[in-house]
Design a protein around this ligand. Structure first.
Ligand SMILES: [Zn+2]
Ligand SMILES: [Zn+2]
Length: 334
């Protein structure tokens, strides 16, 4: 059956769009992909449902190991702020707000995504799927674009009204945990989510060659990045020890603890180039110097020194937060 019938051409069913596809030439995953669209029947619903499920499964699936790690004291030695382990109550409160945002902001936006994607020429139901050689440079561009977008909009969110009414919610936790990655005001979810999705939209608009499955690979990696950056743990095998320009938890945990510096998501280069990691670098140096000076001291003593330094940075952060909110004058009088 071809798509030359006018009504069918505007609203093709899943069966219609696969009419000329030779299924015997497809890989297993491509058959599943087409099977999903055929099984659901409606292309818009099939894309919307797949996007929403992908987001929920990856978000909570990736956060789960961190919830388990938080419950096991053995892992405490790698916790960046060891004195601040989230309670189950805190994790539940966080989950409720995250779910609220997912259903009120992300679900409607995801639903609009299929028509928008089609309008700019993004492939959705089409098979075969692109090869990893096609996907790799596209995903690399999305990483670069999102990191840049996030750096500048995150800095804007740290000023006056935007901080007070929007970004303050995300800074509720000075020691973040995996589930808190998307703990934010719905407006922030929308603003910062734009950075995630605008890269693929721009790429597709100008290059006219993008499959939504590449966008899914990107979103999968971006969610893992965001959740891991909020995990609160720095293991010897964490990615930032292999790729020195990768931000990771160690970088973003400082942002939550000190309220300042380290505005980017995936990479360290914007903060380094524009000097917004000065306090972070000074703090790291100070901790290393203190530890070196106490080489022969007990582990408890070293931990105690680090704990004191963290408390100082956090106290400074509380002052910086008050200034950002515009409460600087009252603070100086106090
Ligand atoms: Zn922030
Ligand atoms: Zn954060």
């Amino acid at each position: 059956m071809s798509l030359n019938v006018t009504a069918a051409a505007y609203h093709p069913s899943a069966q219609d769009v696969y009419a000329n596809v030779d299924f015997s030439s497809l890989s297993w995953i491509e058959k599943q992909w087409a099977g999903w669209y055929i099984g659901i029947g409606n292309l818009v619903i099939a894309t919307g449902l797949m996007s929403f499920l992908l987001h929920e499964i990856v978000y909570f699936g990736r956060a789960l190991p961190w919830i388990i790690i938080d419950a096991i004291p053995y892992f405490r030695k790698w916790k960046l702020q060891p004195g601040k382990v989230p309670t189950p109550q805190e994790q539940w409160e966080c989950t409720k707000l995250v779910l609220f945002s997912h259903f009120t902001v992300e679900l409607p936006v995801i639903w609009l995504f299929h028509p928008l994607a089609e309008a700019i020429g993004m492939a959705t139901y089409q098979v075969p799927l692109p090869s990893w050689r096609t996907m790799l440079p596209q995903v690399a561009f999305f990483f670069f674009f999102e990191d840049m977008f996030h750096y500048f909009s995150h800095q804007a969110l740290h000023t006056g009204v935007l901080y007070k009414h929007i970004h303050k919610i995300h800074h509720k936790y000075s020691a973040p945990f995996g589930l808190a990655a998307e703990y934010a005001h719905p407006a922030e979810v929308f603003i910062l989510g734009t950075g995630t999705i605008l890269g693929p939209l721009l790429y597709c608009y100008f290059m006219r060659d993008l499959h939504i499955c590449t966008v899914y690979v990107w979103i999968f990696l971006r969610l893992c990045q965001a959740i891991d950056a909020h995990s609160g743990y720095d293991f010897p095998w964490s990615l930032q020890h292999i790729l020195p320009f990768w931000s990771g938890a160690e970088h973003h945990d400082f942002h939550h603890m000190a309220f300042t510096n380290n505005y980017s998501t995936s990479f360290r280069w914007w903060d380094r180039m524009l000097g917004t990691d000065d306090k972070y670098l000074a703090y790291r140096k100070k901790v290393e110097a203190a530890k070196a000076a106490m080489k022969n001291a007990s582990k408890e003593d070293k931990d105690e020194i680090e704990r004191k330094m963290m408390a100082e940075v956090e106290a400074e952060g509380i002052r910086a937060e008050a200034l950002a909110e515009g409460n600087g004058r009252q603070l100086k009088v106090e």
